[in-house]
Write a new protein. Structure first.
Length: 83
């Protein structure tokens, strides 16, 4: 399973995700490899737009890398892109 669809599905939402925004040390990975790769060092969080700046400041203070890889949507559809 993959944490992204689990996260939005549990909130009765859909989502849009960009695979190339997922932090990865191997840029040559195929889209399916990125989508199904669940590194133990990787966590997925949902952060509200109104809390983003505070979350970013905490991550910077703690030297904790993070990336915005998508967004939840009201329509129950999952869209994954590989730009």
């Amino acid at each position: 399973s993959n944490a992204f669809p689990e996260l939005v599905n549990d909130g009765d939402r859909g989502g849009r995700f960009e695979l190339r925004n997922v932090p990865n040390d191997e840029p040559g990975m195929a889209p399916l490899e990125i989508w199904s790769n669940e590194s133990q060092e990787r966590y997925v969080l949902a952060v509200g737009v109104e809390d983003y700046e505070r979350f970013k400041a905490i991550c910077e203070r703690e030297r904790c890398p993070f990336a915005v890889v998508g967004e939840a949507t009201a329509e129950p559809q999952l869209t994954v892109t590989d730009s």
